[in-house]
Design a binder for this molecule. Structure first.
Ligand SMILES: *Cc1c(COP(=O)(O)O)cnc(C)c1O
Length: 408
């Protein structure tokens, strides 16, 4: 675990009354990580932050000066993006946009809309006419695939709500030519989630390029952009073996040189890869018990705060932070060198965050600190199920450095 986070968790909670339960975010780590990501990004690429991973204000404000823009998927996210950065470029996707949201997008100067169906394109053309404006779009395509194995979720290459079926693209392109106020800038492909292999991700992008170039040629399109989506993964199983961004970027630079038409920009819209590592979810063990041969640690909190492990059906990685304080007049239960199943306070067996994971020593009152909880954690959870109190949210600030001061 990031040392600054560990220390913050320990010092903050040493004297707390009542069980600990908090998301702790290290904005300085976020700043350094994303700055590094941006430094390595090859020329002619742009990185947008997919806000649905974590749209808390301090995250957006930390990222706004670093990334090329925000990717949003609702009217609410457009508002949050504008609150965090008046002029930051915003691109707008999602399969079920309402007329109201599309109109808001046009009025709030969204740079690009990712059109997900022919009906949506027709509505956009109609709205642009009504507002006497012009909209720039990327067509989101659900490619036939197949995609290389290794991703956790697939949005394309199989039946999903996302994008236009690859087979329908020629028909849609022909109809688009009649919409004077809708300008096609390129294609959008967000097909996989949580890719961990640099080489296979490059293969997927190569596939996107070849499809987009073929359509551009066959239909005489003057395109400027290709959006390769997000999907760069986090390795929750082996924390020391993460997606190697430097290796990926060096392969990407070569790929761009060889394959990307000169007038095109390659866009990315990453969520998880940018924000997962900046946050932890720290909770106190309020009971330890065994039944039917399995030992359970019951924590203050659970999947109503941190739904990711339940959603992905994985064991979420955690560390035990020992707490020495014990002032009850009876023995403190502990386990040693034993597997433990970590569950929350909800009255359902689905409230499980990790199953049968060996721990060295764990006592009631110790802290369990879930790692890589900065993306799709609090953001995707059903906070009020069972009406337990919400966790604290702690933000460790970005440190001002000499170099930053000089550049101001
Ligand atoms: C969720 C989403 C992303 C971000 O995905 P990550 O796996 O978090 O990088 C990017 N683009 C679209 C269209 C999405 O729906």
């Amino acid at each position: 675990m990031n040392k600054r986070l560990t220390e913050a968790v320990i010092s903050r909670f040493r004297n707390q009354e009542g069980p600990v339960c908090a998301f702790v975010y290290d904005l300085d780590h976020l700043h350094r990580h994303v700055r590094k990501v941006m430094e390595l990004l090859p020329e002619r690429c742009e990185m947008y932050y997919a806000m649905k991973a974590n749209s808390e204000r301090p995250v957006l404000e930390t990222l706004a000066p670093l990334v090329h823009g925000f990717e949003v998927a609702s009217g609410g996210e457009i508002r949050k993006a504008r609150e965090a950065g008046e002029t930051i470029p915003v691109i707008f996707g999602g399969p079920g946009k309402t007329d109201e949201e599309l109109e808001k997008a046009i009025r709030m100067r969204v740079s690009l809309i990712h059109a997900e169906s022919l009906h949506e394109l027709r509505r956009l053309a109609h709205l642009a006419q009504k507002l006497d404006g012009e909209v720039r779009v990327l067509l989101r395509v659900n490619l036939a695939g197949p995609f290389p194995a290794g991703a956790t979720l697939h949005m394309a290459g199989r039946p999903t709500a996302f994008g236009i079926d690859e087979r329908d693209v020629p028909t849609v392109l022909e109809e688009l030519k009649r919409f004077r106020r809708v300008r096609l800038e390129g294609f959008h492909f967000h097909s996989v989630s949580n890719h961990l292999q640099e080489e296979t991700h490059l293969q997927v992008i190569r596939h996107y390029m070849s499809k987009a170039k073929r359509w551009a040629k066959e239909h005489g399109l003057a395109l400027t952009r290709l959006n390769a989506g997000g999907g760069i993964g986090v390795n929750y199983r082996e924390l020391d073996n993460q997606f190697d961004w430097a290796t990926f970027c060096s392969g990407l630079g070569e790929l761009i040189e060889r394959e990307l038409p000169e007038t095109w920009t390659l866009m990315f819209e990453c969520g998880r890869f940018l924000t997962a590592s900046c946050g932890v979810y720290a909770t106190e063990v309020i009971d330890l018990k065994s039944n039917h041969g399995e030992t359970f640690a019951i924590i203050r909190g659970g999947t109503h705060h941190f739904r990711l492990p339940a959603s992905w059906q994985h064991n979420h990685p955690f560390e035990v932070v020992p707490v020495e304080k014990w002032n009850r007049p009876f023995p403190r239960k502990e386990i040693r060198e034993e597997p433990v199943t970590v569950v929350g306070q909800l009255c359902t067996p689905k409230d499980t965050l990790a199953r049968n994971v060996p721990v060295g020593r764990l006592r009631i009152g110790d802290l369990i600190v879930f790692q890589y909880a900065g993306a799709y954690g609090w953001a995707i959870s059903h906070h009020d199920f069972l009406s337990h109190p919400h966790p604290d949210h702690v933000w460790l600030p970005v440190e001002r450095r000499e170099a930053d001061r000089e550049s101001v």
